[in-house]
Each structure stands twice: as structure tokens, then as C-alpha cells.
Design a protein around this ligand. Structure first.
Ligand code: 5AD
Length: 337
């Protein structure tokens, strides 16, 4: 659907019972354009070691209170086996950003083992931060299918305010372009309700995703973490209920802009309310990522406060779940020769 920035702002500003009409429309668009299926991805939080110091993130390098871990190959493969045997179509390997050769090699050697263990059936998504083109290429050649790299915000000013000096939005965009160029299905996303963020910023974020022609999106509410520098602005934040509603509206408008992409109902939504993910699915999301990280590590992967340790996918969502790789239809169309 062609929407101008003005149209988008107006939709994001709808309040009271009016968003219901918006969600009904986005739900219909989803039903008409995606298979009517909620894809399940098993999320493996591979490591919380991070070389970055993002001002919002609980596992930032300077947070000395975090107990750091890296999963063993055995842990990853047993989580993979669980995902495969439970009928999940794909897994996501997520970690803090580490760019050492040792890290690149470990992932590179894991990928074929995951494929082999699952008869080549499990899709593999990586979410390992901003890496060199070469590292991304090696992982692609070793079997990774998709890559998630959130832009966090498409506003240069806001990006600078939520990151340490020297972090570059341009470099991040370049990394997204490299991923697409290599052949990955590419996902990005933003946080919603950040300090200093405006509705106009959010409208620009949606237009950014449309213009980048992304295949997948994961976006969720910003949730403050007390051991991060951004916590100091807690008093300026919009209420959590506002952030939840705005996330739902962002999902709905993105679904209108990009009818055939995969949109995740993210974990951060679930941190706010246990029904938030169901609402997101109604509003246009078609992917849920249950956490399958070994239990004893989950409490250490606290990107934000109250991050849920258990995944209580509601019965309703479970009934919606269907299992296959669930490739983005958008990706299929854009790569069709
Ligand atoms: N609130 C919400 N999301 C967060 N992330 C990191 N910190 C926070 C926070 N405080 C998100 C970022 C990152 C993803 C892995 O987690 O968008 O890309």
C-alpha cells in the first residue's frame, strides 16, 4: 500500500478505540498476502559477551554486573535437536557483537553441523551484530540463510544519542546492504519509545525499512535497564502501555507497507504483557521466536529489565503455529529469476 509520511504519522497517532480499525485492516492484508501461519523460530542466545557499549543495552561491554557466557557446541546442538524434533522450521543464533577470528570460526564450524543434524531442513538465522563483509560471506557459505541486524533507529541524531561517540549509522546501513548483496534474507528493526524519539522518527523508520526492501523485521518496545547510561532518562519516557500500543501500530503500518515480509512478535513485547505477542500477531506479525537457550544461561541475557526467562506461548498462538522454514515470501519473490 502506498502511504506518505503524513499518512503514516496520522496512523501512528490514532488513539482510543481507533487503532482497532487499523489492526483489522492490517490483519486482512496479512491474511491475503502471507500464508496464514505463524512461523516458530527457536531462539538460541549463544553468548552475552559483547564488544559494544550501546547506551541502552543491559549486556553492554561496560556492565560489570553481567556474568558472561558462551554456549558450548554441545549446548547449541542439543537446542537445535530440540527445535528440530519439536517441528520448528528454523533457529536463530543470537549473541553480543564479537568480531574475533576465533568467534567467526566457531560459528562457521557450527553451521554445517546444525544443517546436518536437521537433515538440511532447519533454516538458520544469524543475529551476531555488525560484522565484516568477509565474515558474513563465510557464514553464508557455511550454511546460514538469514541475518538480523537491527538499525535501532534510522535517525542520525537519535542514533548518536543512544550510542557512544564514533558509532556510525552509515556503517550499519552498509552492513545491511552487504548482507543483501551476499544473498541473505535480511531483517532489521528498531526500538520503540526510546528517550528523545518522536513519532516522525518512527514514521521515518518504517519508510527506511520499505526503501531498504527488507525481508524480515523485528521491532519492540524500548525497556529501560538500570545498569545502563540511558536509564537516567527514565523520567522522560512514555508509559509502558503507550510503548506497547505504539509497537502494535508500527507492526500494523509496516504490514500495510510491506504485505509479504516476515514480521516478528518480539520477546520485548512479552516482557510488557503476556498477551502482547498475540495482539502483535493480530496486528500483522507472523513470526514468534520461543527461547530455547539452556535454562541456566537465560537469566544472564538481560538486554532489558524483566526479560522473560520462560516462554509461555499462549494456547491460541500455539494453535496458530505451523512448522516449516517459513521463508519470507518477499525474499522468494525478489530472488526469483
Ligand atoms: N530495550 C529493548 N530492546 C533492547 N535491545 C537492546 N537493549 C534493549 C532495551 N533496553 C534490543 C536491540 C538489539 C536487540 C538484540 O535487543 O534492538 O538489537
Amino acid at each position: 500500500m502506498a502511504l506518505t509520511k503524513k499518512d503514516i504519522i496520522k496512523l501512528l497517532e490514532t488513539e482510543g478505540s481507533n487503532p482497532d480499525a487499523l489492526f483489522k485492516q492490517s490483519h486482512e492484508i496479512k491474511s491475503n498476502n502471507c500464508t496464514n501461519t505463524t512461523w516458530l523460530r527457536g531462539l538460541i542466545e549463544y553468548s552475552n559477551i559483547c564488544s559494544k557499549d550501546c547506551l541502552y543495552c543491559g549486556i553492554r561491554k561496560s556492565n560489570g554486573l553481567v556474568k558472561r557466557y558462551v554456549l558450548s557446541e554441545e549446548d547449541v546442538l542439543s537446542a537445535t535437536k530440540y527445535a528440530y524434533e519439536s517441528g520448528f522450521g528454523s533457529i536463530v543464533i543470537q549473541a553480543g557483537e564479537v568480531c574475533s577470528e576465533k568467534h567467526i570460526k566457531r560459528i562457521e564450524s557450527l553451521l554445517p553441523k546444525i544443517k546436518q543434524l536437521s537433515n538440511n531442513e532447519l533454516g538458520i538465522t544469524l543475529s551476531l551484530g555488525e560484522q565484516s563483509r568477509d565474515a558474513c560471506l563465510r557464514w553464508f557459505e557455511a550454511g546460514a540463510d538469514r541475518y538480523l541486524l537491527r538499525i535501532e533507529t534510522s535517525s542520525k541524531d537519535l542514533y548518536a544519542r543512544i550510542h557512544p561517540a564514533g558509532y556510525s549509522l552509515e556503517r550499519r546501513i552498509e552492513a545491511l546492504r552487504d548482507l543483501r548483496d551476499i544473498g541473505y534474507q535480511v531483517g532489521t528493526g528498531v526500538m520503540i519509545g526510546l528517550p528523545f524519539q518522536t513519532i516522525e522518527n518512527l514514521a521515518d523508520d518504517l519508510l527506511f525499512m520499505r526503501d531498504m526492501d527488507i525481508d524480515m523485521c523485528g521491532m519492540g518496545p524500548y525497556i529501560e535497564h538500570r545498569d545502563t547510561p540511558l536509564f537516567e532518562f527514565k523520567g522522560t519516557l512514555k508509559p509502558v502501555s503507550w510503548r506497547l500500543d505504539m509497537t502494535l501500530k508500527m507492526i500494523a503500518v509496516l504490514r500495510m507497507l510491506m504485505p509479504d515480509i516476515n514480521i516478528a512478535a518480539t520477546t520485548a513485547l512479552q516482557a510488557i504483557s503476556s498477551y502482547a505477542r498475540d495482539k502483535a500477531i493480530y496486528a500483522g506479525a507472523n513470526v514468534v521466536m520461543p527461547n530455547i537457550t539452556p535454562m541456566e544461561c537465560r537469566e544472564h541475557y538481560n538486554l532489558y529489565e524483566n526479560k522473560p526467562v520462560c516462554d509461555d506461548l499462549s494456547k491460541k498462538t500455539n494453535d496458530l503455529g505451523l512448522f516449516s522454514q517459513g521463508n519470507s515470501l518477499h525474499f522468494k519473490k525478489r530472488t526469483r529469476k
